[in-house]
Design a protein around this ligand. Structure first.
Ligand SMILES: Nc1ncnc2c1ncn2[C@@H]1O[C@H](COP(=O)(O)OP(=O)(O)OP(=O)(O)O)[C@@H](O)[C@H]1O
Length: 252
């Protein structure tokens, strides 16, 4: 049996003297979709930074496909199949769409065809010569997401990829996530649209004040209870709010 695609073991991390993540244990089984939910400032982006190699944990280990990659840079983790789609799109606005897409193809990839991205996002075909900064927000996000369609990553980390987009564009973005999931790509999704995230996810982790406070299968999760947790101080305190037995208690 294949081991988890990603495992965080006892991870703590922060900025300077400020600890943001505390003793995080998280696992993404191969070919599964995991949603990481939590209120603003809970530590979701920081967790994705640690998983992608942009930040080193102060304590704990990061394993990708059972290999310890804690001290590996993002480019080395990409070789292990880890692909980060960062918050804020991370594209080069002053380069053309074609140049952006070419830069997303990993250096070891022999095939430099743009087709894997253009088949998913045909709207980009007529914009290849345009500066990325001139695209609509939705098309810029398509350029950003294209990275996940080059080099066959085994794990894609997605930070708020639907942020600020019109609902029809959000549909296209989620369609792309469904395509990746159907191919067996493991996904870790940080997403403001809780119901959309739960619709694609197999498993959910809730993070509050830098700690995992609940985890469970998305099928067993009561969305209303999740929203109550978002809004409730119980989330911060790590105490389950009354009357939501459908939310599983985490293992910690
Ligand atoms: N570069 C940084 N330097 C210092 N503190 C930071 C930095 N980035 C984030 N923080 C702090 O770390 C904490 C967690 O931030 P993080 O961005 O990981 O949370 P988040 O759950 O992704 O929030 P949001 O949903 O608002 O993006 C916050 O208190 C934030 O202010």
């Amino acid at each position: 049996m294949t081991g988890p695609q990603l495992r965080l073991e006892g991870v703590s991390a922060g900025y300077g003297r400020t600890t943001v993540l505390r003793d995080i244990d998280l696992e993404i089984p191969a070919a599964s979709v995991v949603a990481l939910l939590g209120s603003n400032g809970a530590g979701k982006t920081t967790l994705l930074r640690v998983a992608s190699g942009l930040m080193r944990p102060s304590v704990g280990h990061v394993l990708v496909d059972d290999q310890d990659v804690t001290h590996e840079a993002p480019s080395e983790r990409r070789r292990h199949g880890v692909c980060l789609i960062p918050e804020g799109r991370g594209i080069f606005r002053s380069l053309t769409v074609r140049e952006n897409l070419l830069l997303q193809i990993p250096p070891w990839e022999k095939d430099t065809s743009l087709d894997p991205a253009l088949e998913m996002f045909p709207a980009l075909r007529t914009r290849l010569g345009d500066l990325a900064g001139r695209l609509s927000g939705g098309q810029q996000q398509m350029v950003a997401l294209s990275r996940a369609f080059f080099g066959s990553p085994s794990l894609v980390l997605l930070d708020e990829v639907s942020m600020g987009l019109a609902p029809i564009v959000v549909d296209t973005i989620f369609e792309a996530l469904h395509v990746l999931a159907a191919r067996g790509t493991a996904l870790l999704i940080v997403e403001q649209y809780v119901s959309r995230a739960l619709a694609v996810a197999d498993h959910v982790y809730l993070i509050g004040h830098g700690s995992i406070i609940f985890q469970g299968s998305s099928a067993s999760l009561d969305q209303a209870a999740v929203m109550r947790h978002y809004l409730s101080h119980d989330l911060a305190a790590g105490q389950p709010a009354a009357g939501h037995p459908a939310v599983d208690r985490g293992p910690t």
